[in-house]
Design a protein around this ligand. Structure first.
Ligand code: ADP
Ligand code: MG
Length: 349
């Protein structure tokens, strides 16, 4: 056989195209792997009474955080929440954590201890045990990678692939707050943020630095068998909705007027001359859950939800794959949805 022509290889430009390529390269079936690449966590059949969830997230200096505007406690806290949120999206219970760090020449022991303080604060309510990790030097800023395991009962797991045409789309909490908080950090006070009340600014900064993982909500959905599919919102609503729809092979309509916005996010948008709905559609790192409720379950869902403290908002519905992703206005007209999710590898061509 003639030697195969070397493949053209250049800089990485699209995170998800790369993941698909890697998925095809390593494809292999292991009967214990129920879900491998493609969901918020992997799902492994570890025993007859319990399945194991595994997830890992890497945060890099200058990409996911800026030590000039985030404390080390906040960086650790957010690194833990990114992982907890993936377990939440599966309806799981978090269990064990491994932490790998690469420390730049400027890093100090005190900074790393503060990083761990924030991390442990985030996982403490769930009694997660830190059981190991790895430590390296870095020439290019701080890297923090957390691997988290969790558990679910067999078959009681929320997958991205379970959405069906006619399902209602719901979201927890409010959208866009973290992005607005980031906007406040990036534009120094006095340039555009004058009109924002300090209480609103504090709320948005807290939502950015100290987001919540919706563990209780995910477990509640599983316990009552109310949801067909779920994903957590790390990249932004439009991007993560795209992932859910691709995995379920469906389309979706979003109702922009229904998107849950906090008063602080609305005030931020006004103070900057921005559209709050755009922030909710595109802003990342809210760590809310986006999930589907089958039409036949919606009445029961609403009745049960009314007895909880959870905030759930119906923001759209699942349509056929052929219809793609659309926005439906209050007047009933539809427009294609512009998908803008965080893309790691965008760089000038
Ligand atoms: P999330 O935003 O929920 O953390 P990602 O978008 O990071 O999920 O990843 C999507 C899927 O691709 C997940 O199943 C994840 O495990 C997998 N994945 C991401 N990066 C890699 C990689 N470098 N190698 C193998 N699998 C990966
Ligand atoms: Mg996720």
């Amino acid at each position: 056989m003639p030697p195969s022509r070397p493949r053209r290889s250049g800089p990485v430009r699209a995170e998800f195209a790369l993941i698909k390529l890697l998925q095809a390269q390593v494809r292999r079936s292991d009967p214990q792997v129920i879900r491998g690449i493609g969901d918020d966590t992997a799902v492994i059949r570890t025993s007859a009474s319990e399945w194991t969830l595994m997830t890992t997230d890497l945060l890099a200096d200058g990409v996911h955080f800026d030590p000039a505007t985030s404390s080390f406690e906040d960086i650790g806290y957010r690194a833990a929440i990114a992982n907890l949120s993936d377990i939440a999206a599966m309806g799981g219970t978090p269990r064990f954590m491994l932490v790998a760090i690469a420390i730049p020449p400027t890093g100090s022991t005190n900074q790393i201890q503060r990083l761990y303080r924030g991390m442990m604060q985030a996982v403490r309510p769930y009694r997660v045990s830190l059981i190991g990790g790895d430590t390296s030097a870095s020439t290019q800023g701080l890297f923090v990678s957390i691997t988290l395991t969790g558990t679910v009962k067999p078959h009681r797991v929320l997958l991205r692939s379970g959405a069906q045409v006619g399902d209602h789309l719901y979201v927890t909490g409010t959208l866009g707050d973290s992005h607005a908080g980031l906007g406040l950090l990036r534009t120094p006070a006095g340039r555009g943020s004058n009109t924002l009340r300090p209480t609103h600014a504090r709320f948005l900064l807290r939502r950015h630095h100290r987001p919540s993982a919706r563990i209780a909500e995910g477990q509640w959905l599983i316990r009552h068998g109310l949801s067909g599919a779920a994903i957590d919102l790390s990249d932004g609503l439009t991007g993560d909705l795209t992932h859910l729809c691709e995995e379920s092979r469906v389309g979706a309509e979003l109702f922009p007027a229904a998107l849950p916005l906090s008063p602080a996010c609305r005030a931020y948008a006004t103070s900057r001359g921005l559209d709050a709905v755009d922030i909710a559609l595109q802003g990342g790192e809210d760590y809310e859950l986006l999930f589907t409720v089958p039409a036949a379950q919606q009445g029961r869902f609403e009745r049960l939800a009314a007895c909880t403290d959870f905030r759930f908002t119906c923001i759209g519905r699942i349509t056929s794959r052929r219809s793609g992703l659309r926005l439906r206005t209050e007047q009933g007209t539809t427009h294609p949805l512009v998908v803008t999710s965080y893309e790691h590898f965008l760089r000038p061509c």
